[in-house]
Design a protein around this ligand. Structure first.
Ligand code: NAP
Ligand code: HSE
Length: 580
């Protein structure tokens, strides 16, 4: 297996992907302070999504949900078994397997191509005390094959297999050891342990007798002395022995402590104020975003723009947050606007006003941002702000990032893509024999279709996405009325090979763009798409091809894309303030 991977490698049914330079595998570990219960699986999926979107493959090591290991131990001992019963580890290790399976489901919900392995499939071989064993080898096949085939591989920490085939445990806190061991076996020089604290301190930050100072770099010895229960001792020893640095960091924080060869004097950690976020729209997408933001101490939602503040909502949002006035929303002085209105003109106006007011902006509204992406970018630059629009194209599929990566690697010749989840979903349903009205009603109920679904059916939605991708690929967009479109209608004859393909090719100074219903694309990338799936293929002038795919529509995939834009904006703001 190569340790590098494509920006978004697709399933094993597809042709092998070229590995772009710089792509890498990361090992992340999520302990039970982060994964307290099933409700936290989306936050972990979100962190994984951020890495995949940035072009990395992820091995995510998870612990059991908080309290589950003790509960499993108590259940087994309740049968009167002696503590050292040889079958006990096999039962206790189920806690991590369950958490891994659930995190994989949460990844799938946002459109990540993820799989979960069991302790046996992972195949860490360990020797010694069955409840405190030492890893000594990795069975060669499963992890590496899974990494070749999937964007993210979720694995249970703590458990291993003894040479005789029985399950062993790696000691309390053993998921840290799993992560460091896997990083070493994959040839990586670092494993990242995601904790509920932002690094290693010179003393417990909860002990307020003296201000705690945080290490940005701590030597192995300092970590052994101060690490306590923060990092498992065996993991520190293995990190030192195998040359794998251990990074301890909080969720969604770029900074933390790197444990390795050398220490730097500790200093005060920056106090973080919650960022003020305004949300425009409280429908499928805005409601999903609010679901993620409300109750997250890192953010303070200051307002929600809607047409009708009195309308019942499917997210428990305090009524005083709603307003129907964009001016009032912005008067609440947000740092960041997340824009998910269903109207292009209103969206464009509030984005411009927010940038002029000094807000950073992320938008899912392709009709708003495709009007004049260069103008929005210039306005953002003029005000020293950022404007992001990843969620506007491809839902959770990282299409904007893929085009940018391709463009960074060389000149682009053309791209083609399935860009509308509603149409792809309906084509499948029509092929199964559903009536047109029924297929459309299902797409609307699933939250895929636009408020006015004629935008999906007539290709206007896909055309806006083609224009935005063209701007990213070629620095210019075709005029809106220069994108010929085919409409999906009750007269369209279902055909298993039929796909709506948005495409654009540069021919000298001219851009040839279209949105067509085509049966002639036999590309496995497009033909394998199910439901609301979207996919993109970018052709470089030098013959290289870049691909990505994912869930192109729906609440959770699109929410994740906006949340990843938000995380990126936060990272940049912190870097600008010298806090990373
Ligand atoms: P939606 O469910 O119809 O919600 C739209 C929201 O916008 C509603 O809360 C509506 O307020 C509000 N709104 C519309 N016009 C407004 C105006 N002039 N002033 C104030 N509020 C206004 O739409 P959605 O599915 O969440 O989609 C939102 C945006 O994300 C769209 O631009 C869409 O293209 C894009 N997007 C959607 C998906 C998806 O799968 N749904 C995926 C990617 C991108 P009321 O609730 O009071 O009517
Ligand atoms: N209506 C759009 C679609 C939403 O179905 O693709 C995602 O942009």
């Amino acid at each position: 297996m190569s340790a590098s991977a494509n920006l978004a490698l697709v399933s094993d049914a597809l042709e092998p992907q070229p590995a772009p330079e710089g792509a890498q595998v990361v090992v992340l570990k999520f302990g039970s302070s982060i994964l307290r219960g099933p409700q936290d699986a989306p936050r972990v999926a979100s962190a994984i999504y951020g890495h995949v979107r940035a072009g990395r493959k992820v091995v995510a090591v998870v612990s059991a949900f908080a309290g589950h290991t003790d509960a499993l131990l108590a259940e087994a001992r309740g049968l009167g078994l002696p503590h050292s019963n040889a079958l006990l580890p096999g039962y206790v290790a189920l806690g991590e397997e369950k958490a891994a399976a659930l995190v994989a489901i949460a990844c799938d919900r946002v459109g990540l191509d993820a799989c979960a392995l069991s302790v046996r499939e992972l195949g860490i071989v360990a020797e010694g005390e069955p409840e405190h064993a030492r890893p000594c080898g990795l069975r060669p096949d499963h992890l590496k094959q899974a990494l070749d085939r999937h964007e993210a591989v979720i694995v249970p920490g703590f458990g291993a297999v003894q040479p005789d085939g029985r399950i062993a445990l790696l000691g309390r806190g053993g998921s840290d050891l799993t992560a460091v061991f896997l990083a070493a076996e994959l040839g990586l020089d670092r494993a990242r342990l995601v904790k509920d604290v932002d690094g290693l301190y010179d003393h417990d930050p909860n002990d307020h007798a003296a201000p705690a100072l945080r290490y940005r770099r701590a030597s192995w010895d300092v970590a052994r002395r101060l690490g306590g229960s923060l990092v498992q001792r065996d993991a520190i020893d293995l990190g030192e022995a195998r040359g794998v640095e251990i990074e301890v960091a909080a969720l969604d924080r770029a900074d933390g402590t790197v444990i390795g060869e050398r220490s730097a004097p500790p200093g005060p950690a920056p106090a973080l104020q919650p960022l003020k976020v305004a949300v425009a729209g409280c429908g499928v997408v805005g409601g999903g975003v609010l679901n993620r933001l409300l109750g997250d101490p890192r953010y303070q939602v200051v307002g929600v723009l809607v047409r009708d503040p009195k309308k019942p909502r499917d997210v428990p949002c305090p009524p005083e947050l709603f307003t129907s006035s964009a001016a009032e929303l912005l008067s609440r002085a947000p740092d960041i606007l997340l824009e998910a209105l269903s109207e292009g003109e209103a969206g464009h106006a509030v984005i411009r006003a927010a940038l002029e007011d000094g807000c950073d902006v992320a938008s899912a509204n392709k009709q708003a941002v495709s009007r004049d992406p260069a103008g929005l970018q210039a306005l953002a630059d003029a005000h020293g702000r950022r404007v992001f629009w990843s969620a506007s194209v491809g839902g959770g599929s990282p299409m904007i990032e893929t085009v940018r990566a391709a463009r960074a690697a060389g000149e682009i010749e053309s791209f083609e893509a399935v860009l509308n989840g509603t149409v792809n979903f309906m084509l499948e349903r029509l092929g199964e024999g559903a009536a047109f009205a029924e297929a459309l009603a299902d797409a609307r109920a699933a939250g895929f279709a636009e408020e006015d679904p004629s935008s999906d059916l007539e290709g206007l939605d896909a055309a806006a996405k083609v224009r935005l991708l063209a701007y990213e690929a070629f620095g210019q967009s075709p005029e809106a009325d220069a994108v010929p479109r085919d409409a999906l209608s009750a007269e369209t004859r279902p055909n298993a090979a039929l796909r709506q393909i948005g495409a654009c090719r540069r021919d000298g100074d001219r851009l040839d763009a279209s949105v067509r219903l085509r049966t002639d694309t036999d590309d496995a990338l497009f033909q394998s798409l199910k439901g609301e799936g979207n996919a993109l293929k970018v052709h470089g002038v030098d013959g290289r091809v870049w691909r990505c795919r994912g869930r192109g529509a729906g609440r959770w995939a699109t929410t994740e894309s906006l949340m990843a834009d938000l995380a990126e904006i936060v990272r940049i703001r912190r870097a600008d303030a010298g806090l990373n």
